[in-house]
Ligand binder design. Sequence first.
Ligand code: HEC
Length: 109
Amino acid sequence: MKTLISAVVCAAALVSAPAFASKDLATAKGCLACHSQGADTKIGPGYAAVAKKYAGQKDAEAKVAAFIKAGTPAGGKTIWGGPMPMPAQSALSDADAKTLAAWVIAGAK
Ligand code: HEC
């Protein structure tokens, strides 16, 4: 009986854990089609390069989360100086944008 109860508690803990690890989330949302986890540029900057750019900035997570949802601001130059703007990810929830921003800033491991 005890074993059964702990098995049930265990299963409940598994279910309540976040559905995706951040890398899986980035894969599921298509981010890794344009971004590498390293420093090298694919279509967009590598996440390790983004992490370096924001190292030590306090408000980085909020800024990056907002950028991810909105994409490159319309009409201006790209912020990384590349030929392509990042398209807005408007289908992304605020919570997912925050999770991805925190993961990228922490080095996308
Ligand atoms: C179609 C290709 C494409 C997809 C898909 C894409 N990005 Fe980007 N991303 C870019 C490009 C291009 C840039 C550089 C934009 C610029 O310089 O203005 C960029 C820039 C960024 C940056 C740098 C922001 C900064 O402030 O320096 C982050 C972080 C980022 N993307 C995260 C994401 C995440 C997370 C996803 C998935 C939800 C995603 N991207 C999906 C192309 C893409």
